[in-house]
Design a protein around this ligand. Structure first.
Ligand code: SF4
Length: 349
């Protein structure tokens, strides 16, 4: 976790705050109704900070309409025009993403730093392996050193004007380069780190690349906020981020279901039973207890002795256990309903 802490609206980022989940809308920001609809769906899915692109004055006009209808902080994503960043801050955004090196004038950088400081708005510098400065590319090529040096360069442009509420991201489409760059930055810089693997692709491959990149860093204690990039669904991005945080043991805000891979001892359709248990318990605000669903009563209770409650199947009976101790044995298939009812008591009472 970073040394420094910033606030994105009411959400703390860095300095030991819980790792927050963010996403980015893919609607046209100027269409504020569609953008609000998508943000409300993202909130429902667990998104805590949302970013929207701001590329012209009509986007600026849409910002107040969006902000007053949503419940999570809105970040303006701006590429070159610092006047749009100033306009977005005036419109009430909670953070701006802009690289000061792209502004093109010292007066513009100064104006941005002063405006953000006066309004208590952090700035994210987003270094991307695909758009590094020419001299850095000549000196290093695309690598972690070049990305970190670029981040330092941009940060110094703001520090020069006494602005330090900086969040940094160092994204590459290659998880290995991404991980190296963040590790290096975490050693050298005090700024909160926004983790992500950019252009990760679609579907399972995107999830795996993000899980490897983001997950390795989280397990090193690096990273303060995460955004999973996936071609296709913004809701899936948030769900993937939640799964990665839970799998890395950084945040557990839902029930955790563990199940065995099954083997020659299994006599039931364990996959469909697990799906049913997940459907009854997950994403429903349950307490973060551990529930085990195991394929046999010989090894199941022992293999899942950490579970608060678990079930292990025989041929006609199943044993329900808690912390490795058998609680009761009952007949199939009714025992599954009884087990789910007992899980619900533990999860929701
Ligand atoms: S719990 Fe039983 S069924 Fe599942 S993998 Fe282990 S031995 Fe096989």
């Amino acid at each position: 976790m970073s040394k420094n802490k910033v606030f994105v609206g009411a959400v703390p980022v860095g300095g030991g705050a819980p790792v927050s989940i963010q996403s980015m809308t893919n609607t046209d920001t100027r269409d504020w109704r569609a953008t609000v609809d998508q943000i409300l769906q993202l909130e429902e899915a667990g998104c805590e900070i949302i970013r929207s692109t701001v590329f012209d004055n009509r986007c600026l006009e849409a910002l107040p309409e969006i902000i007053k209808r949503i419940h999570i902080p809105l970040v303006a994503d701006i590429h070159f025009d610092h006047r749009l960043a100033l306009g977005a801050i005036k419109a009430g955004v909670a953070k701006v993403r802009i690289n000061p090196g792209n502004i093109g004038s010292e007066a513009g950088i100064r104006e941005l730093a002063e405006c953000a400081k006066a309004n208590g708005i952090p700035i994210r510098i987003g270094v991307n392996g695909g758009s590094l400065e020419k001299d850095l590319l000549e000196k290093y090529g695309v690598c972690a050193e070049a990305m970190v040096e670029s981040g330092i360069r941009h940060a110094e442009m703001l520090e020069k004007y006494g602005f330090c509420d900086i969040v940094l991201s160092l994204k590459s489409s290659d998880p290995k380069t991404t991980v190296e760059a963040y590790r290096m930055a975490a050693e050298k810089l005090p700024y909160p780190l926004h983790l992500g693997v950019t252009e990760a692709g679609a579907g399972e491959m995107a999830l795996l690349r993000s899980a490897i990149g983001i997950g390795s860093l989280l397990m090193d204690g690096i990273g303060d906020t995460v955004r999973v990039s996936m071609t296709g669904g913004v809701i899936q991005e948030v769900e993937a981020a939640k799964k990665i945080l839970a799998a890395a043991g950084v945040r557990q805000d839902d029930v955790r279901i563990v199940s065995c891979p099954t083997c020659g001892r299994t006599r039931v359709d364990l996959a469909s039973i697990v799906a049913r248990v997940e459907g009854e318990l997950m994403n429903k605000g349950a307490k973060p207890i551990r529930v085990a669903v195991m394929g046999c009563a010989v090894n199941g209770p022992g293999e899942a002795k950490e579970a608060d409650i678990g079930i292990a199947f025989g041929t006609v009976n199943a044993a329900v256990f808690g912390r490795g101790e058998i609680l009761y044995t009952d007949k199939l298939p009714g025992v599954i309903d009884r087990f789910i009812a007992d899980c619900k008591k533990l999860c929701f009472d």
